[in-house]
Design a protein around this ligand. Structure first.
Ligand SMILES: Cc1cc2nc3c(=O)[nH]c(=O)nc-3n(C[C@H](O)[C@H](O)[C@H](O)COP(=O)(O)OP(=O)(O)OC[C@H]3O[C@@H](n4cnc5c(N)ncnc54)[C@H](O)[C@@H]3O)c2cc1C
Length: 256
């Protein structure tokens, strides 16, 4: 499943829906401090101090650990143990005529035992009809490099990552064409890792957070790194807070 135009349209659509519903979104305003007050929370950004009835911390584990350190040190300590994997995506556009002999399918995964640099290849123009239709004369594919505890290659520059991708693609598929355009997107600390015991760790974090009224956590750290799982954890967090807030008869937050 995908979204015509790319998954990057999803957060923009969510932002539009939030604004249409009367919500306000502030970007470039990292929260530096979160403090519990007698009847809610104080949220400190670089330029403002906000008062809130309830807060959902949706930041990755390192940031969440920092924000929860003062009021939920046990949850903070658990979050600080979450490891992350880094990776780079190497997107390449070829002239379609140059890749006519590329094997069928939408790409392939490369197991570590193969000893290759790339971890996977996605034949994007074959996988996503909207991309094929948008650029019928081109063939777009992408490789990924880097997985947990195998991130040495990510120290190399973009041109090297393109070159290594082309070498591995050539060995795997016989592709010998040169791309007409390339882009390297680096995702440093992009994917939280779920070791044995992760579910118990998440349960302990949620139990500690739930001890504080008006606070919940959500995001890829908890129930799954896929976007549907992130949305699911966000819904649960919001529903629980709304239920509790309505039960307490509280009203919306105000600015100090
Ligand atoms: C290369 C790659 C490919 C992927 N492919 C897929 C896929 O095909 N399908 C799929 O379902 N999933 C995929 N995923 C996984 C999925 O995209 C992520 O797990 C998911 O987007 C994480 O969402 P999130 O909201 O938890 O975290 P993020 O999207 O990381 O959002 C956290 C936000 O918190 C902000 N933040 C951090 N600190 C603070 C602070 N102090 N104050 C305020 N804000 C802060 C950050 O700026 C960021 O915007 C992929 C991930 C990667 C890296």
């Amino acid at each position: 499943m995908g979204i015509d135009g790319g998954i990057g349209r999803l957060p923009l659509a969510v932002a539009d829906a939030v604004r249409t519903g009367g919500g306000e979104i502030r970007t470039g305003a990292p929260v530096r401090e979160l403090r519990r007050t007698a009847d809610g929370w104080t949220v400190v950004t670089d330029g403002e101090v906000l008062r809130a009835d309830a807060v959902v911390v949706a930041a990755p584990a390192p940031a969440a650990a920092r924000l929860l350190a003062a009021d939920s040190p046990a949850a903070s300590a658990e979050l600080a143990t979450v490891d992350y994997a880094s990776m780079a995506l190497i997107t390449m556009a070829f002239r379609r005529d140059d890749v006519a002999s590329l094997a069928d399918g939408s790409g392939f995964l490369v197991p570590p035992v193969d000893g290759r640099t790339i971890k996977a290849a996605t034949f994007s123009s074959r996988k996503w009809g909207w991309l094929r239709d948008a650029a019928p004369d081109l063939f777009v594919l992408r490789t990924s490099i880097g997985r947990f505890e195998d991130e040495e290659h990510l120290k190399r520059d973009d041109a090297d990552l393109v070159g290594m991708s082309l070498a591995d693609l050539g060995a795997a598929t016989g592709l010998d064409a040169r791309p007409v355009a390339t882009r390297v997107s680096r995702w440093d600390g992009g994917l939280p890792q779920y070791p044995v015991g992760h579910l118990e760790r998440v349960a302990r974090i949620r139990a500690e957070v739930a001890k504080l009224p008006g606070l919940r956590v959500c995001g890829a750290v908890y129930d799954g790194v896929g976007i549907p799982a992130c949305i699911g954890s966000a819904r649960t967090a919001a529903d629980e807070l709304l239920t509790a807030t309505l039960a307490a008869g509280a009203v919306g937050g105000e600015r100090e």
